[in-house]
Design a protein around this ligand. Structure first.
Ligand SMILES: [Zn+2]
Length: 132
């Protein structure tokens, strides 16, 4: 008992071979079978680009993308033994809660948009009646 956290043996632990935009080496832990993390994997570059262009257009889209990145990192770190399983389970629940919140937010926005359009249509109809 020396107080060090339980994790995989250090020889199995691998760090991503990629570099961050500022030139610093990426320090993310990757599973033994992988060389790069989600953000740096060349095989996933096109997938990342599609996700980024699809989701990056709105504020909530960006938040979905952030959650996606967090989940991908959690997945890899957990697989590599860098995250306690109990902690990973709780983090997953929190991310799930946030996705529920984003979904609720989207539904509210949709209803508000429909209401606005309906009001515009009604206002136009009232305007036509007044003019007659
Ligand atoms: Zn990386």
């Amino acid at each position: 008992m020396n107080g060090s956290p339980p994790r995989g043996s250090p020889s199995e632990e691998r760090v991503c071979a990629g570099y961050k935009p500022d030139g610093e080496p990426c320090q993310r832990i990757v599973s033994p079978s992988q060389r790069y993390c989600y953000s740096h994997s060349p095989e996933r570059a096109s997938e990342r680009k599609i996700n980024a262009s699809k989701a990056g257009k709105s504020k909530s889209g960006r938040r979905v993308r952030d959650l996606d990145t967090q989940l991908a990192k959690l997945y890899e770190d957990t697989l590599a033994g860098g995250v306690d399983r109990g902690v990973a389970a709780v983090l997953c629940q929190i991310v799930y809660g946030r996705t529920r919140l984003l979904e609720a937010e989207r539904r509210i926005r949709e209803v508000e948009e429909i209401e606005k359009r309906l009001e515009a249509i009604e206002a136009r109809e009232r305007g036509m009646k007044v003019r007659r």
